[in-house]
Design a protein around this ligand. Structure first.
Ligand SMILES: *Cc1c(COP(=O)(O)O)cnc(C)c1O
Ligand code: SF4
Length: 337
């Protein structure tokens, strides 16, 4: 039997309270390169972060391959010079309604489902995300005991599903989330609560006993849509978080963004589906990139995306093939590519 020396723990996954781990994230690109033995990449970094800082929890860094500048997890978070390219067709408001989102914190575009921008914060800053142009305030729909959101739900009995999105809704404390579900008790027509979150993947310690207790006690059906883009984002901690969520009665789905250099191959996408299923998660959507300025270098053409999707269908059981979609402002649903 091998006994780990204290030094060996440097590469192990940090443990502790999620808020502490959140604060302890890597925010200095040079430190990140240092941790990965990639100091030589320092000269490829842009001079500044264009208002969207590097942020990545240490436990996520531990899943990156040491010494590999093409690591699919690293590419999602490392600022690149290519972000400076002004690309025609790419805008700052790619889905067309971000101003509205920011003003209200509540979006009701699709039948039966209302979506709350519950929080503007994320534990990780993903370079491809529309959020890079929207430094939201800390609390959106959650402000004022969720009053506006609850008023809207009361006024429209056709809404049976409440979706919490962001930013990352699990950035809120469990107490703040419980305020909302306390208010939902008077609204039995809302039978489903859905949470879109990247936290159980990037900071699995967020799934602590308080969160599990809150979820277990909810009368609504619960769906958590995770956001993982690559099989390497899963490890034993993420497996444990997923297992705890399922034990709390949650149906687990995943959405990914198709990203050049990260997951734009049949091998990467099928490994992702297989790995998430091993963690008890079913693939839901594979999104074509929102065309946000600064993210063009991640884009995969529709032609290639469709070919990948076709090849996946030929290789995997149907339930492991995500739906390839794109979000178009003003549409009544996500649009199949
Ligand atoms: C994506 C989205 C939803 C959820 O759509 P599903 O297809 O049910 O996943 C709901 N409301 C808004 C505003 C959305 O953008
Ligand atoms: S909203 Fe999701 S994709 Fe965007 S930065 Fe936050 S965690 Fe990343």
């Amino acid at each position: 039997m091998i006994t780990a020396s204290p030094q060996a723990r440097i590469t192990s996954v940090p443990q502790g309270d999620w808020r502490q781990l959140w604060r302890d994230a890597v925010t200095d690109p040079l430190e990140l390169l240092d941790l990965l033995g990639l100091q030589a990449l320092a000269e490829t970094l842009p001079a500044d972060d264009a208002g969207f800082a590097l942020r990545v929890p240490r436990g996520f860094v531990a899943r990156m391959r040491h010494g590999d500048p093409s690591d699919p997890l690293l590419l999602q978070v490392l600022p690149q010079l290519a972000e400076r390219n002004e690309t025609p067709g790419f805008s700052r408001d790619a889905v067309g309604d971000l101003d509205a989102r920011e003003a209200q914190g509540l979006l009701h575009k699709y039948h039966g489902r209302a979506l709350l921008i519950a929080s503007g914060s994320c534990a990780i800053n993903c370079r491809y995300c529309f959020r890079r142009h929207f430094p939201y305030g800390e609390e959106m729909a959650a402000a004022g005991q969720w009053r506006r959101a609850l008023d809207h739900l009361r006024s429209d009995s056709s809404i049976s599903e409440l979706i919490l999105s962001g930013g990352d809704p699990l950035a809120l404390t469990t107490g703040k989330l419980a305020e909302l579900t306390q208010g939902l008790r008077a609204l039995p027509q809302v039978t489903r609560l859905r949470i879109h979150t990247r936290l159980p993947v990037v900071l699995p310690q967020r799934v602590d006993s308080a969160l599990q207790d809150w979820l277990s006690a909810l009368p609504q059906q619960k769906v958590v849509v995770l956001h993982a883009n690559h099989a390497n984002e899963f490890n034993a901690d993420v497996d444990a978080a997923c297992s705890d969520l399922r034990t709390a009665g949650v149906t687990l789905l995943n959405q990914s963004v198709l990203l050049r250099g990260v997951n734009d191959s049949v091998a990467a996408l099928s490994a992702l589906s297989e790995r998430m299923f091993a963690a008890g998660v079913l693939p839901y959507y594979l999104h074509q990139l929102d065309r946000v300025q600064g993210a063009a270098h991640f884009e995969v053409s529709d032609k290639v995306a469709l070919a990948l999707s076709e090849a996946l269908r030929a290789q995997l059981p149907g339930y492991l093939v995500p739906k390839l979609v794109r979000e178009i402002g003003g549409d009544a649903s996500k649009r199949p590519v």
